[in-house]
Design a protein around this ligand. Sequence first.
Ligand code: PMP
Length: 372
Amino acid sequence: MLYLDNSATTQIHPSVKEAMLPFLFEEYGNASSKYYDQALTAKNAVDEARNNMANLLNAKSEEIIFTSGSTESNNMFIKGVAHYYKNKGKHLITTEVEHPSVLECFNFLETEGYEITLLKPDKFGRVSVQQLKEAIRPETILVSVMWGNNELGSLNPIKELSDLCIENEILFHTDATQVVGKIDIDLEEYQGISFLSCSGHKFHGPKGIGAAYIKSDEYGILTPFTPLLHGGGQEKDIRSGTLALHNIVGLGKAAKIAKEEFSINYERVIKSEETLVNILKQKFGQNIRFNNDKTNKIPGLLSVQFIGINNEILLKKLAPYIAASTGSACSSSKPSHVLSSIGLSLETIRSTIRFSLSSYTEPEELEIFKSL
Ligand code: PMP
């Protein structure tokens, strides 16, 4: 089976599994307990994972907290900022092509009386600085723009967008779920980013764990917002709940590997993508079209129209040999809001398949497309 649905989730790296196992059995201490060895081991393991995650993003360890993943982090940041700063303003900006875990937060906030501006993307799903400039108002408190789109792979001009926000004293959140581990991220260079969300299972870590980046000021104080989960005060009172030790260790290991093997994996994915594009062009010629841009995108993500063919039927036919999806795995029953936002017809959307590669994809395996 050729697995080409890495944007939905990825295979756990064998070293990640190895790192996690002891923390499921012998080392099951609570990282918030004190005095005895198991607790200390747990705390040290969490610290190490936090350092690894910070290192991957070039952030400070204190700026990383662990959540259950991007859905939770997106909820935490968007609702948390809206509630904390409601006396400053009630206007929020995002884009039409965000993941539902972002869009649904804004829909919810609308019912609470917030005003939302949705930026319309260009034909590849990107928004521009000019659009954001025109949308900003004196009462704007938050802008949320995804770093890379999960259906088209397009990268947004995050540097320019976040710089504009810092100039205007507006907080900027980015959903970086699809880009962490896949593009080089150096948050030192992105002083305008206040918050970032990512999930471990998108870069060969475990599911149900994510890292949330919260920018600190020159005194080390984290950008404040109202917590989503109240309770025992773990994670600096920002995210209560007993730490998911084994998952945190797995995430940390995945981050370490992603950092150490970045260049080699990046090259591998680019090469495999090139191979796949060539094979698809040779095999299907005029009968396919690419929705994604060729450049400035997530490596290994392709959005391909098979003209006149229903994507569900095609995926079922491919299923014994190739695993792929129509687009986002989170909302695959509805026609994609991303593809309709960029102006594709329903017919085109219904003939589109997303292929997403990883460093595990061997170019030779892609030959299978030739025999279909
Ligand atoms: N944002 C984006 C862009 C995603 O692709 C996903 C996962 N499909 C999420 C958020 C949510 O991540 P999780 O399901 O791990 O919470």
